[in-house]
Design a protein around this ligand. Sequence first.
Ligand SMILES: [Zn+2]
Length: 346
Amino acid sequence: MKLILSFFMIYFLGPQYSWGHYDFEFSGKESDWIEFEVSSKEIKSLQFNFEVIGGKKTFIRDLVAPNGKVIIKSNYATPSSQRIPPWIYSTIGNKVRPTYVVDGLFSIIVNDSINGMDNKTGMWKLRLVDGNGQSNKKVFIHKNTLTREEATLQKGMKIKLHHQGLIDPLALELAIEDLEKIYRDYGLSIDIVIKDNWQDPLEETNDLEKKIQEFTKGRRNEVQIYLFSRGKVSDQKDFQGLASCLPGFISQKIDKHCALAIGFTPRVEINFNKLKKVVGHELAHYLGLFHLEDDYYPFGRRDDGLEDTHSGNESSNFMHKTSEYFEVIEFTSQQITKMLSHPELF
Ligand SMILES: [Zn+2]
């Protein structure tokens, strides 16, 4: 049967047009342009959450702000798309990087940390690309906003941390309490509830991507952290962390959730001080922070786009890639401001 590539349908849910739930379908490689109206003048941050059924690697081809600023531009129309898949290019080749597409879930936050984005009012435009092909894709987009007034109110985030009962529960609790205090001192109120009733076959693996796909089945209303034993396979780092569909959000349609997975290598003495730092680092990814610097072939180095993180303070920063080895770790004020503009926190 011949597929008609230009076939697509857009359904806008009438009265909610300006506030945000959009369902539509498209087949083929690219969607039509979709427009979103942001009517309030006092928006501090905007989060677009995408849930795609039928296109695991569907991604944003272009995202254009009301003032014409191109926030995301993919390589879709250029010959280099042969070499770098569009979902990777769009992720890394832009200043605003939704860092991970997992099973059709991804998200992007536009806040004041992007130059020229103080005013977000007006019509936003975006279109999607699916480099993989022609299947029919159902897309659900949910727009989450945080107003400047809301941002002045102190609210927090509930988190569940699951473990398999293979780790000293008291030491874990103390480490988590320490981490909550660190975040609280910065004005971020996080409440991590520890659950040890989770059982999982003890498959020995270093493949965090595979593990996170297993862990993130089903929808959850809270942020979930999975702390699991990697068995004996790894004799390298004590801990390894991975955060999925960043920046994180609560999915509403797809039966999956964004989560943080942290694998530990069983040892006689587990270093809970390190564990605390790894959880804090992954959580900051969930809240929208990047590493201070990443090296992505063939793009080269990408910094976090913030002005107050630099070589002078990198050796004490949570978002350094090896921060779990640092004696003292902290966030800079721009990192905190950025995390505090995550709509999920309010
Ligand atoms: Zn990291």
